[in-house]
Design a protein. Structure first.
Length: 114
């Protein structure tokens, strides 16, 4: 089996000298924020050319759209009473590549933990 790397998300994207650096994060089991939520901590870095980064961004957009379509179909095939009770069910639009890069460099959203 090939090596796999787990990540909870991308913490920061930095463009320096023709390369894109994606800092992957995981949520710490021991470090907590002021609200008691796990802190995101750096775990790995992916470094790639800008061409590779843009191709990767396009692939991620394709995957995000496919997931949104699957979720929409699941909602539509669910009990109509449940679908009517939900908030707006349209999937969020997929951001264009420049906006996706900007969003990826923002702090990751905090996940609620039980």
């Amino acid at each position: 089996m090939e090596q796999q790397i787990f990540s909870d998300g991308i913490g920061q994207v930095t463009i320096i000298g023709g390369t894109a650096r994606l800092d992957l994060i995981t949520y710490s089991a021991s470090e907590k924020d002021a609200k008691g939520q796990p802190q995101p901590v750096f775990c790995q870095r992916i470094v790639m050319s800008l061409d590779g980064f843009m191709q990767s961004a396009a692939k991620i957009q394709e995957a995000a759209q496919a997931v949104a379509n699957l979720m929409q179909r699941a909602r539509e095939s669910a009990d109509p009473a449940l679908v009517a009770a939900e908030a707006p069910s349209a999937p969020a639009p997929v951001k264009s590549a420049p906006a996706a890069v900007k969003a990826a460099s923002a702090e990751p959203a905090k996940r609620p933990f039980p």
